[in-house]
Every structure is written in C-alpha cells, then in structure tokens.
Design a protein around this ligand. Structure first.
Ligand code: NAD
Ligand code: ZN
Length: 382
C-alpha cells in the first residue's frame, strides 16, 4: 500500500510499504479515505522529536471498514468510521476512568502511558496517511458515522483530533456560557478551541496569532482576532476585560511557540495566559510540551524545562490543566452536533489533496504559508 513515510527533518515521501492487516482478533482494518496533516505532525516532521525514519505519519483518520477480526462484535464491514488519534484498550485502570489519552495497555513502555497512530513515543502503531490502517481494539476505538458520512468527510474527520482537542482545552479551562476566553494560537487547534467556546455560549472569545488568514477564520466564527505582530496581546486582552483579565485561557501553540520574527520562546504563550487570565481563572494547555527537546535553541527547553511564571500563576490562584486529549470523552456528542447541522468544523480546511501530494502539503503547512490553514489528504475515494 502507499503511505506517507518520514525520511528525516523536513522530508517525507509517498512510498510502497507492507499492507496494514488484521494482527489480532480484536483488530479492525480500515481503508482510509480522509486523513489530515496536524500541527503535531509538524513537530515530528521538523525533526524535533525522536520519531523514527521509515515510519508512517497520520493520526487524524477516517475511512471504511473492510475487514474485522474474529473477536469484533459491533463494528461491521462497510461502515464508515472515524478513529480517535488515541489508541486505547478500554479496560486498563486509566481507560476505565475515561483517560483513554493515557492507556496503559496500548503503550508498551511500562514507564509511559498513552498511545497514538504514527506518533513519537506513543507506541509502535503505524499512521493512517496511507491506504490502509490497522485499528487495535476496534470495537472500542471506532466511532461509527451516519448515512451522510461519505459526503461530509471533512467535517467528520475533525472528530479524530482537533475538534475534541479544542473542546478539551475549553473544558480544562472551564469555559461556561458568558465567559470571556483568551486563546493563544489560531492554528487548527486554536480555531477549534475558539469554535468550541462559541458553541458553549462564551461572551467574548479573543484569539491571538500573527497570521492574517488564520485570524480571519477566527473572526468569521465570531471571535475577536488579535495580531501579536502589531499589538501587545496581554494589554489588549486586559483592555477587553475591564482590566480584570479573561475568565478562561487556552494554550494551543506548544513548545515551539515563537515571536513573530521566528525566535522560539517556549514559555511565551503560557506566561501571556498567566498575565491575561483573571485571578481564579482557568487555563487549558493542549499545545504539546515534551520532556526533552535537544533540538531547542533554549538551554532550559533542551531539558524539557519551561520558565513558567509560577509565582504569578500561584498568586492569582489560577488552575491549569494539560496533556493529550481523551478524544473518546467528546467525539460521540460532537459527532451528533455535526450530524444535526449545529457544528461545521470543516471551516478550517484550506486544501484537499490526493495522498501523492502529501510532501507538498507538508512543506506549505509547515511554513504556515498564507492560505494553508488545514490540509486534508485523500488516499482513496469514499
Ligand atoms: P499549528 O502549528 O498550525 O498552529 C499553531 C499556531 O500558533 C500557528 O498559527 C502559529 O502562528 C501560532 N503561534 C506560534 N507562536 C505563537 C505565539 N507566541 N503566540 C501566539 N500564536 C503563536 O498547529 P495546530 O494543529 O493548531 O496545533 C497546535 C498545537 O496543538 C501543537 O503543539 C500540536 O502538537 C498540539 N496538539 C495537541 C493535541 C492534544 O491532544 N493535546 C492534539 C492536537 C494538536
Ligand atoms: Zn492531530
């Protein structure tokens, strides 16, 4: 089968690799029809993780079930399914409590928790930027889609990661109707956090980035765009909230946060939220931070340390939640919002490309080129 293979920093190719297949009775085999490039892929693409060369990327996957193992009861051949990026067993101590983001069975390293398709340090699973994907514990992991799935794939595929992840940021931050919300990053994840805040009835949603095309999308869904290349975002957020600060903050950038000139400051967005969220406010951090980052220009960050303004965070009595999103906690309800026509997360999609054009898609999305807000790949027809 064809698959997007990591060749080394800023290099991917589309190659023939061995077909994914049923390996255990609980597996489901999916023919991928839609799979996205994610900001998380870019950390790996840029060589800023220990992702292995020769491995396949792709954790935002949707497709048609073409084979099921003998132990699969619910999922049937022919169904359209969307796969959470987390690979989870459903029966370990963490999955039982709903923390499918920290599954203990799917992660083979006993010192770690959590697994994902085509992801550094998250188990051996191949990615879905390929014609076929093996889905372990298929009954637990597959989210079945309705009749309209084939026509609305660019909406439903967002249930694999960024829509639940944006929603999770707002949950960890505690967004409730009427709240003011500050969001760092207008990438696909930041836009989904903004959209989730809007869906929850937030009073004012302020989104910070420096890319006009991404900020324009935030504005289109009713948010206030703040360009940090032309104004101080902390001052603006304080001005917009009578000097009190936003009720809630979402970090949707991660450890490669940088200034508009491109110099990395891994503490930038966290400290801006500490300063611009009110006393007792909540902060949800879904942007990725990692335990070590040898490729960082920042000596602290090389050891995975971030100069968090903890004194001010403590003084303000803020709370902070962090980590990978437990997609299964939200994907069913968000699917039903999409099915009911009440949510349309595909508004972030700028490009739909055949799998063969993945290298081009990676290059543009990695440069955050104007107009390249979210790239969707189609390995095969629906
Ligand atoms: P992206 O890289 O396309 O978007 C990040 C945006 O942040 C860009 O538009 C960039 O211009 C902006 N930015 C950079 N530095 C900034 C700063 N200092 N202030 C304000 N904005 C700044 O990627 P994405 O797909 O939106 O993903 C964002 C982050 O979320 C990544 O770290 C990704 O790995 C992570 N992520 C986490 C989860 C999870 O489960 N926790 C899931 C998906 C993605
Ligand atoms: Zn993703």
């Amino acid at each position: 089968m064809k698959a997007v293979v990591y060749e080394g920093p800023r290099s991917v190719s589309v190659k023939n690799v061995p077909d994914a297949r049923i390996e255990r009775p609980t597996d489901v085999l999916v023919r991928i029809t839609t799979t996205n490039i994610c900001g998380s892929d870019l950390h790996m693409y840029e060589g800023r993780t220990d992702f292995e060369t020769g491995r396949t990327f792709g954790h935002e996957n949707l497709g048609e079930v073409i084979e099921v193992g003998q132990g699969v009861d619910k999922i049937k051949v022919g169904e359209m399914v969307c796969l959470p990026f987390n690979v989870a067993c459903g029966f370990c101590k963490n999955c039982e409590r709903g923390y499918t983001n920290y599954c203990l069975t799917a992660q083979p390293d006993p010192h770690l928790a959590g697994a994902a398709y085509g992801f550094a340090d998250m188990g051996p699973y191949q990615g879905g930027q390929a014609e076929l994907l093996r889905v372990p514990w298929g009954d637990f992991n597959c989210l079945r889609l309705g009749e309209d799935a084939r026509e609305r794939q660019t909406d439903y595929v967002m249930l694999s990661d960024i829509f639940p992840t944006g929603y999770h940021a707002t949950e960890m931050a505690g967004v409730r109707p009427g709240d003011s919300v500050a969001i760092m990053g207008a990438g696909p994840v930041g836009l989904m956090a903004a959209y989730s805040s809007v869906l929850k009835g937030a009073g004012k949603v302020m989104v910070v980035d420096r890319h006009a095309d991404r900020l324009a999308l935030a504005e289109r869904i009713g948010c206030l765009p703040i360009n940090d290349a032309t104004e101080n975002p902390v001052e603006r957020i304080l001005d917009e909230t009578m000097g009190l600060g936003a009720d809630r903050g979402c970090e949707c950038v991660g450890y490669q946060a940088h200034d508009p000139q491109g110099n990395e400051h891994p503490d930038d967005t966290l400290n801006k939220l500490v300063r611009s969220v009110r006393f007792t406010g909540g902060i949800g951090v879904v942007g990725v931070f990692i335990p070590q980052d040898p490729g960082s220009p920042d000596p602290l960050e090389k050891q995975g340390k971030v100069a968090l303004d903890y004194g001010m965070h403590w003084f303000k009595g803020q709370t902070m939640g962090s980590g990978q999103c437990p997609v299964k906690r939200y994907n069913r309800q968000l699917r039903d919002l999409v099915a009911a026509g009440k949510a349309k997360p595909s508004f972030v999609v700028s490009h739909e490309l055949p799998l063969d054009e993945a290298p081009n898609g990676y290059e543009h999305f990695d440069r955050r080129d104007n107009g390249w807000t979210k790239v969707v790949l189609h390995p095969g027809a629906a």
